[in-house]
Design a protein around this ligand. Structure first.
Ligand code: SF4
Ligand code: SF4
Length: 200
């Protein structure tokens, strides 16, 4: 799946949401954002390496399609709809199957166009210098992203159960409710800097 394809799919998924679903998704995305903020606030030692000893290598000469997934794009677009046009123009530059500098580096040199706590999961949870002291925070970010994907996984079944429930209540169709609806899925303080921002 190319990044271009995933971007279009993310936009379609968001456009198909009802207002109630959109509100629920925003709540989930706010939890992802808070978990990212907590991780950054606790990523001191690991972030030192990114800020002071590295030129942001993980944003360069990379297979961006492997780094940024569908749920990352949904997350970013849900919280930053104002970025949609800029992101659309950037993903058009993708050369699938080749390594390249990430197209989300501002002016091709950095920093990253995304704010520090609204970044793709891999970007925010990867510290090549070791992450032993922030395992708990990393797990929390991953768990919140999982809830986001779960929300979409159960979206259609939830809507179908709701419709059957309504039909059953109205007694019009003779439809039998098939049982309970499945439960909903169910860096040193970085001083505003993070990966890709060492090029200021
Ligand atoms: S994780 Fe940090 S240290 Fe490792 S390549 Fe990326 S910016 Fe550099
Ligand atoms: S931090 Fe930003 S610029 Fe770096 S790989 Fe992630 S999205 Fe791209």
């Amino acid at each position: 799946m190319s990044l271009r394809y995933k971007f279009k799919k993310a936009r379609k998924l968001l456009a198909a949401l009802t207002p109630a679903e959109h509100a629920e998704l925003t709540r989930i995305c706010e939890n992802v954002r808070q978990s990212q903020e907590t991780l950054l606030a606790n990523a001191g030692t690991a972030m030192q390496q990114c800020l002071h000893n590295c030129e942001g290598l993980c944003c360069r000469n990379a297979r961006v399609d492997d780094i940024i997934g569908l749920w990352d794009l949904v997350y970013i677009l849900a919280l930053r709809p104002d970025l949609v046009e800029d992101m659309a123009a950037r993903v058009e530059r993708e050369a699938p199957f080749y390594s390249a500098d990430c197209m989300f580096l501002k002016e091709d040199t950095g920093p990253c166009v995304f704010t520090p706590s609204i970044r793709p999961e891999v970007c925010i949870t990867t510290f090549c210098s070791g992450d032993g002291t922030i395992q708990k925070e990393i797990r929390r970010v991953k768990r919140q992203f999982f809830k986001l994907s779960w929300f979409f996984y159960w979206r259609k079944p939830r809507a179908a159960f709701r419709m059957l429930g309504r039909l059953s209540k109205n007694g019009g169709s003779g439809a039998t409710f098939p049982g309970p609806a499945p439960s909903k899925g169910t860096r040193v303080v970085n001083h505003g800097h993070t990966r890709g921002e060492k090029h200021d």
